[in-house]
Design a protein. Sequence first.
Length: 481
Amino acid sequence: MALTIKQKPKYNLIPANNEIIFSVQDGNQIANQVKVKYIAELYIDKTTAAITASIAAGTPQATLRVSPNNAGSGIFDLGPIACNYVSPDYLGGKVDNTNSSMSEYKQQPFSNTKPHPIHLIDIYSTNRESCIFMKVRFKVESASNLASPVSVVASNAQDSDVMVLYNGIMDETDILKLDSSGNYGFNLDISNFIMNDTDGKFLTNAGTTQYIKNNQYMTVAFFSEYDDDFVVGAGGAHAAVKDAYITIETKSGSSASASRPVIAANGGHHGTLSDSNTRMQFLGIGTANLTNSGITLPSNWDHYKVQMSALVGSAGQYVSDTYYFYRQEDDCRYPTIRLTWLNKFGAWDYYNFNKKSINTLTAQRTTYTQLKGDWNKTKFHHHGYRGGKKSYVNNVSENITLNTDYITEDEAIWLEELFISNDVFIIHDDTTDDNAGYINKYIEPITIQSSNYIRKTKANDKLIQYTFDILKSKNRKTHKA
């Protein structure tokens, strides 16, 4: 029996931060050879062409070896290596590895001198770090006897499919699909995270009804240009999400619509391109994103709705659920603090904390005793501002206690992802300053300081409200005395 792949991931669109299990077996080598080891060569790159070239050159990104188990099989978990090749997308940038188009902020293209955070994109941005291609070549090495050196049986190699790894995780409670061959994986389509019908979802567990204020930023993400075990859009020659339809409705009942084609000029891409940048894409859908891209929100707007389509330029052939974004008014008593965090799919979620917040500054001072008077001149001068204890360094950190409004049970479950996320930021409202240079002021890194999150229910708690303690990651700057 030649080398065969006995077990593999059931789907080729895989969260990279979980197990990626393969099992291989070569009964002939086990029965007739010694010093047998199974080899997995990992070829990982942003384009399938680059992977093909690396396989031809024999230059894998990683090579693993395992000994046969008691059943004669070699079992590999590639997840701990694969996860190092994906990471969150913090910035906009180039559409793909062959295109010169860029995402835009206030209608100015991304550049080295004018970079912008992913949250601030006008319309679309492809990913640059969230997805990667991986193909695995399996081999076996052995020796004819214990005194002989091992050699690789080159003619016995077996290749996996090309997989798309994304910067996601699976919860232990996620339901895995298992087939008769022992292959298993998370069925994104059954869970509606593949946009190909009218219940398709963006890559978020947030509800389809959300609330947003004027001048606030927000992005949503979706898979595109995928036609393998899952089919995006309408399938066929160009399996892609191709347009976003936005309808704005006012309190008086009037409405206006806008189309946002997923094209390179808008920062996105649709078609057939063997580039991992296009497999996950981001859409700017906050009120600030819409305004900066040229959409006018009437002063009396009530809500807007968004639906994705497999057609360009005319409404129809929708491939997503309808998402509603209702206007949230300012609370004159409390300032709103908006947080964004990395969710389980490697995309970004957002929430407005619009109830009472408490800011606390904490100082850690390093002091010294200064000499009284001036001793370094021709005559001694007794100045009142010199002498006594001084602060040489003053590290000032800022804690904020945030409170939600009353929320539903579903919102409470969703906010658990904020509690466990390791990437959380305050995102500030848009302002009218120009867009030159580094745009740093909108994003502030924080850490969640709360150590407990109790899942509340209406049955137990009647009204559901949460408090989060956060710490700004960057200390306040102070002068040295």
